[in-house]
Write a protein that binds this ligand. Structure first.
Ligand SMILES: Cc1cc2nc3c(=O)[nH]c(=O)nc-3n(C[C@H](O)[C@H](O)[C@H](O)COP(=O)(O)O)c2cc1C
Length: 156
């Protein structure tokens, strides 16, 4: 059984990176309290990342950057975060994507976390959770629990 959960992410303005760095520290602390708790391995995807095949399961964390439309009855364009979607679409990596966590800003109403929901459709992966901006300590605690439950279910 793996003792580390893998996360792929993209972060344009640093919020997602901040959230995940804190989540990773939280996981390390939980692991030190009880070795059954899983640690976290992070991989940041940027426009410079060369696509490669992922050989282990992973979660995808994606913030939302859209222009136009509401994504349902009118179209929208994904901006800034395409490198992550392209990475997952390449090399059959979608087969290893076992869940998506979205982030965004609720001021965007129907477009809140829409890119994450789009990835779930496209990659046939479950939508596991969402949080706003840099997330709260409560989000970290909750999302860690959700990820660990999903990881252990899939890996069992
Ligand atoms: C130009 C721009 C467009 C955005 N569009 C959306 C959106 O459509 N839906 C949403 O939920 N959040 C939207 N956001 C909020 C970002 O998703 C949010 O700030 C997120 O935390 C950014 O993550 P990052 O700092 O890791 O890049 C937008 C932010 C910017 C700057």
């Amino acid at each position: 059984m793996e003792t580390t959960m893998n996360i792929l992410f993209i972060s344009i303005e640093g919020n997602t990176r901040s959230f995940l760095t804190r989540l990773q520290a939280f996981a390390k602390q939980q692991h030190s309290i009880n070795s059954q708790n899983l640690t976290i391995n992070l991989k940041e995807i940027t426009d410079q990342t060369v696509p490669e095949a992922e050989d282990k399961n992973f979660f995808a964390f994606v913030p939302t950057y859209l222009d136009g439309g509401n994504g349902f009855d009118s179209g929208f364009n994904e901006l800034m975060t395409n490198a992550l979607g392209e990475y997952i679409a390449s090399n059959n990596n979608a087969d290893k994507c076992i869940g998506v966590v979205g982030s965004g800003n609720k001021n965007f109403n129907e477009q809140y976390c829409l890119t994450a929901r789009k990835y779930c459709d496209q990659f046939d992966a479950p939508f596991l959770a969402d949080y706003e901006l840099r997330g709260t300590d409560e989000d970290i605690d909750n999302i860690y629990t959700i990820l660990q439950k999903r990881w252990k279910t899939v890996e069992a």
